[in-house]
Design a protein around this ligand. Structure first.
Ligand code: PEP
Ligand code: MG
Length: 895
């Protein structure tokens, strides 16, 4: 088995299609080499080695050592330098790289191959001792930190001491001798912390570093990132060993990171940052604030031109926006990485849309490049513009940094990632303020509404992570004076303490002291509220185009779960084609209606119950009229009352007292009723169709309200398509009994009114048993005319996990990898999904062409939508604001 792949001198053993084996970085280094982009030579240890290591009791393949030896020899030949050689030493970088990029998750070691002798010889040879020792001290630090787990801070302390002693501010002001001294100090730190001497042999250094990369695959932070990003099924990380290019050789050297287009706004402009006389990690680590790439035109015009040509070449070759790393060594440009660039939702939409206009990609390809989260970000809130303007004129503008992550947020300031996690757990909205962030902070960042850093650029750790999560983020706000000990941040004459409120605008980089309400995005304003100013924005136009493209290819219909005319209107504006679920009980909680419901519950006789129910009729009818009107021409699935009745009763003494007074009974009557309705397992209790089986009056009233509303609206010229739905059936008899009542009630009204209204009666499929006998449920004249899979209850009852209490054990289940993700969020395809598939197949055997949809939460989850497309559902139904995402996912399912 081949485990190692070389590249260099214009040829490579790998290519861009080999991401699974070589990781994204390794595959693209090989590809760049073969297309003539300048790349320092190197080799990749395949992800198979990492996979092997974890599946073979943490051991390496026996042939690996020899294979690496062979590839080191090739690298030495390609570079014309030798490991440990005093004349011409080979120095390498060691980097991780999985098939999917995980920014900041894995660590890098640079300048490997140095020791006291090599550093001294190299200094003489290149006539630059300063550079040699600067590289050496970085190497000791990185090797110590990354490979051996020595706290980076311990090295930093020594560096600060050296700078203080020398009376300088910046690292690059230290002299060669001072840096040499730093190296010795660093080695002492290393020895003290690890209990062993710093390794001097290059091969030994390399082997240890490769091992460290492999081990970093399983660190908690890497696992957390994969879990958050839902990255599953990878072999592991590859290890890239590459000849060093030195960006720290003086004023004609440097390093940088760039995007071929703006990753925040998506504009077609070269976008990035570089530092003169610096090495790789300096830019990303956010230690010094770099210069914008455009300034390179002035500093190094020729190199800028070459880099810009490479930008165009790479974008053309890969057909998408790239994120590149480069180093300039004494005026010579080297590319160290290219990969598909992460982008904000706005940028994703803009780049895909622009590339269609530029004729570079098809509309289908554009749709594939935008994901649900991207689209969601366009629907993100912004700080209320007028409130923000007045806050700024009140001198509440705290600071302005770089706009690194989208959206806007208001919250309480915290200064550590741990506090962010803890406060968030207490239900607080927090803003995490840091000088810089590192991979250790990701959990805190995930918990925060927004992140702010005082150092670092648009490609710093904070920016990259926040952007990929669509989280509001501002970086490089250099005028913030952060005091971690006092837990304060001071700027512009104001001091914000831990717990104080800060509002953050991720698209402008502004921070404002105090609360500012957020308001809807221009897309929402334009689409939903019909705001004509918003409709003039480019983002509005792009959003509409993309949604139209999606509608052009998707097969699934997207409906919405809506219980009111208002929600129906929003959903229609966002493209919903009908209602997949109207939960009628939600209407029972509006205004004073609950009192009629309570009266019904308290009723002793059928007569009294009918009387109370009659009070509800006009409310329901009116709501249904409004819904039919909004959904003119589209199907509306309206479900009979579903929750257990006790949910409508007061939970506390005061409420019971009030109820007794209003109902004119003794409080003991109320208490008895509550007592009698109490169930140990209400979710499996007297609810769903069981309510209407015992109290058919409820079913009669609801059918009457629906059909009367339909008749009334039809008369006004609305095209009404009522679909009456029975919840929670497990046996076909349950459906048949209620369907008969509904049909009799409906037919009588229609006959009496003489209006031409047709309706359907169907059922929820949310009890596993029902899906297994679905042909009986749909079959025959009395059968169900449509199925709507209630995947919330179906998940609950298939797993036996309470949908309300899964939180108590879910984290542990995720941790122990029993579950990959919350099954209430994304459908469990092999279990719950199988039941859906089975239900559809059987249902259509019972009734050919049976209309089938899903109305559980999964209807708005992209992965689930794709699954539902695959099993042949006719529609998915989701909450109004998820409708655009479902439309996109439905299109992607086809492409
Ligand atoms: C379901 O169970 O999936 C469903 C849509 O119904 P509800 O969430 O109201 O129980
Ligand atoms: Mg349900």
């Amino acid at each position: 088995e081949k485990y190692v792949y070389s590249w260099g001198g214009g040829t490579a053993e790998g290519n861009a299609t080999m991401k699974q084996e070589l990781g994204g970085k390794g595959a693209n280094l090989a590809e760049m080499t073969t297309i003539g982009v300048p790349v320092p030579p190197g080799f990749t240890v395949s992800t198979k080695v990492c996979g092997y290591y974890y599946s073979h009791n943490e051991t390496l393949p026996s042939t690996l050592e020899a294979e690496i030896t062979e590839h080191i020899a090739r690298l030495e030949k390609n570079k014309g330098a030798t490991f440990g050689d005093l004349e011409n030493p080979l120095l390498v970088s060691v980097r991780s790289g999985a098939a999917v990029s995980m920014p900041g998750m894995m660590d890098t070691v640079l300048n490997l191959g140095l020791n006291d002798d090599v550093a001294a010889a190299m200094g003489k040879k290149i006539n630059n001792e300063r550079m040699a020792y600067d590289s050496y001290r970085r190497f000791i630090n990185m090797f110590g930190d990354v490979v051996m787990g020595v706290d980076h801070h311990k090295f930093e302390v020594k560096l600060s001491e050296a700078k203080k002693k020398a009376g300088v501010q910046n690292d690059n002001e230290l002299s060669a001798d001072e840096l040499k001294e730093v190296c010795q100090e660093y080695k002492k730190v290393y020895e003290a912390e690890t209990g062993e001497a710093f390794p001097t042999d290059a091969r030994d250094q390399l082997d240890k570093s490769i091992m460290a990369v492999i081990k970093s695959w399983m660190t908690p932070r890497a696992e957390l990132y994969r879990q958050k990003e839902k990255i599953f099924g990878l072999e592991g990380t590859a290890v890239n060993v590459q000849a060093m290019a030195f960006g720290n050789m003086g004023q004609d050297s440097g390093t940088g990171v760039a995007f071929t287009r703006d990753p925040s706004l998506g504009t077609n402009e070269f976008y990035g940052e570089f530092l003169v006389d610096a090495q790789g990690e300096d830019v990303v680590a956010g230690i010094r604030t770099p210069m914008p790439i455009k300034e390179m035109k002035t500093v190094w015009p020729d190199i800028y031109k070459e880099l810009d040509d490479i930008r165009l070449k790479l974008e053309k070759h890969y057909g998408d926006m790239q994120d590149v790393e480069f180093t300039i060594e004494k005026g010579k440009l080297y590319m160290l990485q290219t990969r598909t660039g992460k982008r904000t939702g706005l940028a994703a939409v803009k780049i895909a849309w622009d590339m269609v206009q530029e004729g570079k990609i098809s509309k289908e390809e554009a749709l594939k490049r935008i994901d649900g989260d991207h689209l969601n970000q366009l629907l993100f809130p912004i700080l209320n513009p007028s409130e923000k303007a007045s806050a700024i004129s009140d001198n509440r503008l705290f600071s302005t940094g770089l706009p690194a992550g989208p959206g806007a947020a208001t919250g309480q300031v915290v200064f550590t990632a741990d506090d962010a996690v803890a406060w968030h757990k207490q239900g607080k909205n927090v803003i995490l303020v840091r000088k810089e962030t590192s991979p250790e902070d990701v959990a805190g960042m995930a918990s925060a509404e927004a992140c702010i850093t005082s150092t670092g650029g648009m490609t710093s750790h904070a920016a990259v992570v926040a952007r990929s999560w669509g989280k509001c983020c501002v970086v490089g706000a250099g005028d913030l004076a952060i005091d971690y000990d006092a837990k304060t941040v001071t700027c512009n004459g104001m001091t914000v303490k831990e717990g104080d409120i800060l509002a953050v605008d991720g698209s402008t980089g502004e921070m404002i002291v105090g609360e500012i309400p957020t308001s809807a995005s221009p897309v929402i304003a334009g689409v939903v509220d019909g705001d004509t100013e918003a409709q003039k924005t480019e983002v509005f136009k792009m959003f509409n185009d993309i949604m139209n493209w999606a509608d052009g290819v998707k097969k699934l219909t997207v409906r919405t779960n809506a219980d009111s005319p208002r929600d129906s209107k929003v959903a229609r504006a966002l493209g919903a084609q009908g209602i997949g679920l109207c939960r009628t009980e939600h209407m029972f909680f509006e205004g004073d209606r609950v009192w009629s419901v309570r009266k019904m519950i308290l009723a002793e006789s059928e007569e009294a119950r009918k009387e109370a129910i009659a009070e509800l009729l006009p409310y329901q009818r009116e709501d249904f009229e409004g819904i039919f009107k909004e959904m003119d021409g589209y199907g509306c699935t309206i479900r009979l009352l579903d929750p257990p009745l006790h949910e409508f009763l007061p939970g506390d003494e005061a409420g019971m007292k009030e109820m007794a007074e209003r109902m004119n009974v003794d409080i003991s009557v109320v208490k008895e009723k509550i007592e009698s309705l109490h169930e140990l397992n209400p979710m499996l209790g007297h609810r769903g169709c069981r309510l209407s089986i015992t109290y058919p009056e409820i079913c009669v009233m609801q059918a009457q309200a629906i059909i009367e509303a339909a008749c009334n609206e039809a008369k006004k010229g609305t095209v009404v398509k009522p679909e009456i739905m029975v919840p929670l059936i497990g046996k076909e008899e349950e459906f048949q009994i209620l369907a008969k009542i509904i049909r009799e009630t409906a037919d009588a009204i229609i006959a009496e009114r003489g209006v031409d209204v047709s309706y359907q009666v169907g059922t929820m499929m949310e009890i596993p048993r029902a899906t297994l006998v679905a042909d009986k449920v749909s079959g025959g004249d009395a059968g169900a005319e449509f199925f709507s899979f209630g995947t919330n209850d179906l998940t609950q009852m298939t797993f036996g996990y309470s949908r309300d209490d899964i939180g108590s054990f879910l984290p542990e289940y995720l941790d122990q990898k029993i579950l990959r993700e919350d099954p209430f969020q994304s459908i469990d395809q092999e279990g719950v999904g199988y039941l859906v598939e089975r239900g559809v197949t059987l249902g259509r055997q019972g009734r050919p062409g049976l209309k089938c949809g899903v109305c559980g939460e999964h209807g708005g989850d992209p992965a689930s939508v794709k699954f539902f497309h695959g099993v042949g559902l006719d529609y998915v139904s989701c909450s109004p604001y998820r409708v655009p995402i479902a439309r996109l996912a439905a299109a992607q399912a086809v492409i």
